[in-house]
Design a protein around this ligand. Sequence first.
Ligand code: F6R
Length: 246
Amino acid sequence: MISTRLHPDKQSAAQAIAREIADLIQLRSKSGKPTVLGLATGSTPLPLYAELIRLHRAEGLSFRSVITFNLDEYEGLGPAHPQSYRFFMEENLFRHLDIPAANIHIPDGMAKDPASHCAEYEAAIRAAGGIDLQILGIGRTGHIGFNEPPSAADCRTRWVHLDGVTRKDNSVFFGDLAQVPHGALTMGVATILEARQVALIAFGEAKAEIVARAIKEAPSADCPATWLQRHPACTFHLDAAAAKGL
Ligand code: F6R
């Protein structure tokens, strides 16, 4: 089931979700348990990451017991490439926190054998006890992670071909469409649905149509975000512009 939560602006959304994450970390670490977070890249989670960094600095929130799994990585981009998601995460979150390097997991876009790398990624998530909270954005194609349409509900971490719309949307980060990779490794829909809680974030009018489709359309591979309707604890965190079609 998808519940929606409307926020006055990006900053308020970031504060509310960061507080939930902080509470989860504190609750779990009290009983000696790690917190496993699923993380997204792109422009949407940036205010959230800034707020988590603020909580770490200003309130001493520790990430020592946190284990992270990122959703996806571009094919062919190594950690030193400024557009790789590994680079993005280091710059915008990890290097500002006390999270141990060994606790950070991001699919390897340079993996020589993507199929076995993806199987190992799934195994690592299971070995960590599964994801407690998965953060998601949503693409205009209806993708979650890089699960472009059509993506079935049972798909797992794998190599995918990026949709032309996604490549165009993401070309703003690369400065040139030709530089945007054609493929990526992504957690699957089934992998995402196994997270115990899901928080999807969407801001701005450009996301209004796809947010409405994700919530209102019958679940199908044509709009992968619709599979979230089958999740028992999924919240869409929206600003007014993104909620316009609801
Ligand atoms: C990123 C990811 C994607 C993005 C989506 C929205 O790791 O998995 O699904 O969340 O493309 O991107 P932005 O936030 O840039 O609009």
